[in-house]
Write a protein that binds this ligand. Structure first.
Ligand code: UDP
Length: 319
């Protein structure tokens, strides 16, 4: 297949490029580098099955030749207000990538008769009142809340995707991605794993926001990409959660990072650092992914942290 990936220079987009190239496909990458990095795809420069275009997907996009599948992964995604690349500081671009970017990609999918896969998010569940979150849960989101630029853009993107499927018969799919980590994460994006792993490797105490009792479930990137590709190859149209169902508190997560890295600098609690509407609990119900795609994550947290450390050490110039 010839596969277009928007956000190809991002954390997830670049791993998808690698996986799909390894599966023998031709990959057309697109990115405007507002949050992605050329470093993430530099190793593909001489791959004759990889093409790259620097484009903003929120503007009209033209792709020469046949396209068999489109994965729309372009969007800022970090919720951290301090991060320059987070959606708090790129609010309009975030809404445009979710709304106009999705529209442009769906237009290509329609005209090319291509499979379309939308990168959606657990954030569409908001601060969930149902636990764990199954795809049938409609969410608890505030349209004018501080996270709304991301949540609502992705919710609109899902609605538009289903409209193109139902009205135009486009072969669409939607993945709802839960917290994911691994090599090529932006060390400066302010999320839990980059912040805490960086601190541990630099021998600094880990900053746990609030009392650390809020929970997340962290999926290693290889597991996530495996699930996304299985969804791409399937003929499923309704949303599918992909994420790791092992739930832990952020405090337990920080302790795991200190254990794996051997850091002795401890933990400090930053009572006031939690952003507004930071969800209290989050865990995917992955029954659908298991039943439809025969997918399950395989990499446990400590193994995943060990596999992420070399990339962080290289970026921090620790070796
Ligand atoms: N968090 C933390 N310390 C940090 C960064 C994040 O305790 O240095 C917490 C944050 O408040 C949230 C959780 O870790 O409750 C996960 O945050 P992240 O930014 O990774 O993404 P989210 O799951 O909120 O989208």
């Amino acid at each position: 297949m010839r596969i277009l990936i928007t956000g190809a220079a991002g954390f997830l987009g670049s791993h998808l490029c690698d996986h799909l190239l390894a599966d023998g496909h031709h990959v057309i990458g697109m990115d405007n580098f507002i949050t992605g990095s050329p470093d993430n795809i530099a190793h593909l420069a001489n791959n004759e099955r990889f093409e790259f275009y620097k484009r903003d997907v929120s503007n009209y996009i033209f792709v020469p030749g046949k396209v068999d599948a489109i994965l729309h992964f372009a969007s800022p995604a970090s919720p951290n207000p301090q991060s320059k690349s987070g959606y708090f500081n790129l609010p309009i671009q975030t809404m445009k990538a979710g709304a106009l970017g999705t529209h442009n990609c769906l237009g290509i999918a329609r005209i090319q008769n291509a499979r379309f896969l939308l990168a959606s998010t657990s954030e569409i569940y908001g601060d969930p009142e149902v636990h764990p979150q199954a795809e049938t849960y409609a969410g608890n989101v505030d349209p004018v809340g501080t996270r709304a630029v991301y949540d609502e853009a992705k919710r609109f993107a899902e609605s538009l995707t289903m409209a193109y499927h139902r009205f135009h018969g486009v072969n669409t799919s939607i993945v709802r991605i839960f917290n994911t980590y691994g090599p090529r994460m932006d060390l400066e994006d302010g999320r839990a794993l980059p912040n805490l792993l960086k601190q541990a490797l630099l021998g600094q105490p880990l900053t746990v926001y609030g009392d650390g009792g809020q929970t997340r479930s962290f999926c290693f990137v290889d597991d996530l990409v495996d699930g996304i590709v299985k969804l791409l190859y399937s003929d499923e149209h309704l949303p599918v959660n992909i994420g790791n169902p092992v739930e832990m508190s952020i405090l337990q997560f920080a302790e795991a990072i200190n254990r794996v890295t051997g850091s002795k600098a401890g933990i400090i609690f930053e009572e006031n650092s939690r952003s507004a509407r930071d969800p209290q609990r989050r865990r995917p119900d992955i029954t659908r992914a298991h039943e439809l795609l025969n997918w399950n994550p395989n990499v446990d947290l400590e193994e995943g942290i060990r596999r992420t450390i070399p990339f962080f050490k290289q970026k921090l110039e620790l070796e």
